[in-house]
Design a protein around this ligand. Structure first.
Ligand SMILES: CC(C)(COP(=O)(O)OP(=O)(O)OC[C@H]1O[C@@H](n2cnc3c(N)ncnc32)[C@H](O)[C@@H]1OP(=O)(O)O)[C@@H](O)C(=O)NCCC(=O)NCCS
Length: 197
């Protein structure tokens, strides 16, 4: 499983079912026509999940909150640390005036969005560009004015990739609650947009 800038995510979220629910369930179950998979010799090695109208997608934070309670993720090793760190980050950020957690992206100029991920074996071979081009073409056909995405500001490779396929950065990086890099520094999200007219 990838989920942390191309690396496995299990060192900060070790519960596959809730992780899949947060990041893929809406797309596979509610909008499968916007999901694209790269297959090498019968093995899925990469995907793009898209959403035409982002107001219909599920907020991963809300899905995580549901799992925190229903699947007891807030007490289980492998997930509890991240949940409690998120809660304390939000509280401390409020107290010291750093603002709250990032608000969900909401701008009618870019109503659609995407997520993309390739296993290492498939990177750098043009599949990512192929997936994004296919998705943007599909959005043009359906009349969407634009697409956004959110990536980690620290994921400089992904930002370079998205810039090379037509996205530009939108707004400043925003501090993420609960998420640290491997040396413990806090991380940020970066919104990027692509207009389709
Ligand atoms: C980011 C990612 C989706 C790119 O897909 P990819 O198949 O490796 O990219 P492509 O081979 O299609 O490259 C397309 C273009 O992006 C550029 N690019 C790709 N990776 C790059 C990098 N690390 N640094 C700079 N440019 C890069 C390439 O130069 C290429 O340009 P070209 O077509 O003019 O040669 C993929 O590498 C990946 O999944 N990485 C790990 C997970 C991740 O970070 N996902 C994004 C989370 S939001």
């Amino acid at each position: 499983m990838t989920g942390f800038m191309g690396d496995p995510a299990d060192w900060w979220w070790r519960d596959f079912e809730s992780f899949a629910d947060m990041w893929t369930k809406y797309y596979t179950d509610r909008e499968p026509e916007s999901t694209f998979v790269i297959d090498i010799d019968g093995v899925a090695v990469g995907y793009l999940t898209g959403c035409y109208d982002s107001e219909r997608a599920w907020d991963p934070g809300a899905v995580a909150a549901r799992h925190a309670i229903r699947r007891l993720c807030m007490f289980r090793p492998g997930t509890a640390g991240t949940i409690w760190r998120s809660i304390s980050d939000v509280a401390i950020d409020k107290i010291v005036g750093r603002g709250g957690p990032p608000k969900p992206f909401n701008d009618s100029r870019w109503p659609s969005h995407l997520h993309i991920n390739m296993l290492e074996v498939a990177r750098g071979k043009g599949f990512g560009r192929q997936l994004v081009d296919t998705w943007l073409e599909r959005l043009r056909e359906r009349g969407s004015p634009g697409c956004y995405l959110e990536t980690m500001f620290e994921n400089t490779s992904a930002i370079a990739f998205f810039e090379s396929v037509g996205f530009t950065r939108h707004g400043p990086p925003q501090l993420l609650p609960g998420i640290r890099d491997r040396v413990g520094l806090r991380m940020h999200s970066q919104a990027m947009v692509c207009s389709l007219d």
